[in-house]
Design a protein around this ligand. Structure first.
Ligand code: GUN
Ligand code: ZN
Length: 447
């Protein structure tokens, strides 16, 4: 069963933005589209409709315009989708996106750790959090699972910035107590104290939730992993996020550090970190027993295509994961990933599957970044769809930007052809507006 969270709701306001109507070609999903099915019945396409949102929630979808007492956003001809859900992204790594020259372990030491160390400064963390969340919104992502840094102040900063924007954000203090620079490690007692205070402050407040955030097995002692598992068991509404089996050298290192474990996954499972609220980034180098265990637990894999290509980590076996019963969501994994744009990541996901001889439909890719991710997080009633009752986290997209995309859209003969070309060619420049709980937080044209 998907996890249930304490009830949270979008902000309710009685101002002019309380009744909002958005016109366009509405696209979302009623279920998980089958692999390879370009005529999937799970696709819900409602051309030239109005989406009505009141007090932050979708209240109707209809072909006719609403009355004059609705604030109208007329985007006829544009695509209107639920805001994307990025299930794995590192807020401090915007500063190292597109760094040249290394695989995972060297990349962490050379580029990533120095950028994260700068977040010891609370003012830096605060400014970075605001910049990061505004950037997410400007890429059409309205919900995210975020890794800030080891510093409690960086977690406060990301949650406070998310609350100010009304966003659905799940985050937690990054746990590291070994094999990392001295200015980025803490100890078990400090980690416990920090986490308890952060959970009390933020978990279940506004649209926020706490994730016990183990960076990855090599940077946590057994004591710290045990603490993380204990917290998850004590409060089943907490999420857990970490990295798993991303890179071959990393997997070898985990075997050296934990020789008693059957597999990398087993290191987490043994301490209680494999459960229905676990989100494992990558999961490339798994075997059948690992896949079965993840599926049995109801955990999910956050597939991070642009990161896997950029860092040369490997080609994720999406079909094998799904055949085993694992929920697969999509993630940018910036700064290992090269774009916050979930569309760019979908285009990369397609290419990864093509290398494996598979073909990823636009439906499957879009679902994994909307309703699929939401359902896997136990948030299917709140985000990821245009259902009546869902939070009005909604994005308006230009169907084409530039001469080539415009021509390609014009000659498309089917809906899948058109949307697939859009998914492959579009990026954040196509985003016209992003609404969070019915309020416009990004407006490209400044209207
Ligand atoms: N493994 C441990 N830390 C990281 C990180 O920051 N990014 C990626 N891609 N993998 C990791
Ligand atoms: Zn990552």
């Amino acid at each position: 069963m998907p996890p249930r969270l304490p009830a949270t709701s979008p902000p309710r306001r009685a101002d002019a933005a309380a009744r909002v109507a958005i016109r366009g070609d509405l696209l979302d999903f009623s279920a998980d589209p089958a692999w390879g099915d370009i005529d999937s019945p799970a696709v819900r396409f409602r051309p030239d409709h109005w989406l009505l949102a009141e007090a932050g929630r979708v209240v109707a979808v209809q072909p006719e315009p609403p009355g004059d007492d609705w604030q109208r956003h007329d985007h006829a001809g544009c695509l209107v989708l639920p805001g994307f859900v990025d299930t794995h992204v590192h807020s401090p790594q915007i500063d190292v996106i597109a760094s040249y020259g290394s695989e995972l372990l060297d990349w962490l030491t050379t580029h990533t750790f120095p950028a994260e160390a700068r977040h010891a400064d609370a003012a830096h963390a605060e400014a970075a959090a605001a910049h990061f969340l505004d950037a997410l919104l400007a890429h059409g992502t309205t919900s995210a699972l975020v890794f800030p840094t080891v510093h409690a102040g960086s977690v406060d900063a990301i949650f406070a910035a998310a609350e100010a924007r009304g966003m659905r954000v799940i985050a937690g203090k990054v746990l590291m107590d070994r094999n990392a620079p001295a200015d980025l490690v803490d100890d078990v007692a400090t980690a416990e104290r920090d986490m308890e205070a952060l959970i009390a402050r933020w978990h279940g407040r506004a649209r926020l939730a706490y994730a016990v955030t183990v960076r990855f097995a090599p940077t946590s002692s057994r004591g710290q992993l045990t603490l993380a598992g204990r917290l998850c068991r004590a409060d089943p509404s907490l999420y857990m996020q970490t990295h798993l089996a991303e890179n071959r050298a990393e997997v070898r290192w985990v075997h050296e550090l934990f020789p008693e474990a059957r597999s990398y996954l087993d290191v987490y499972a043994a301490v209680g970190l494999l459960h229905a609220r676990s989100v494992f980034a990558h999961g490339i180098w798994l075997d059948d027993a690992d896949r079965a265990a993840i599926a049995d637990a109801g955990a999910q894999i956050a597939h991070s295509p642009s990161s896997n290509l950029f860092l040369g980590s490997g080609l994720f076996g999406w079909r094998a994961a799904e055949a085993a019963g694992i929920r697969v969501s999509l993630a940018s994994d910036v700064g290992g990933g090269t774009s916050l744009s979930m569309l760019r990541n979908m285009a990369d996901a397609y290419k990864i599957q093509a290398l494996a001889g598979e073909r990823l439909t636009a439906w499957k890719a879009l679902h994994a970044a909307t309703r699929g991710a939401a359902t896997a997080l136990g948030l299917g009633a709140e985000i990821g769809s245009l259902d009546v009752g869902a939070a009005a986290d909604v994005c308006v997209w230009d169907a084409a930007v530039g001469a080539v995309a415009t021509r390609r859209a014009a000659v498309a003969r089917t809906l899948h052809e058109r949307v697939f070309a859009w998914m492959t060619l579009a990026d954040e420049r196509n985003l016209v507006k992003a609404f969070v709980a019915g309020r416009a937080h990004y407006d490209r044209d400044g209207a």
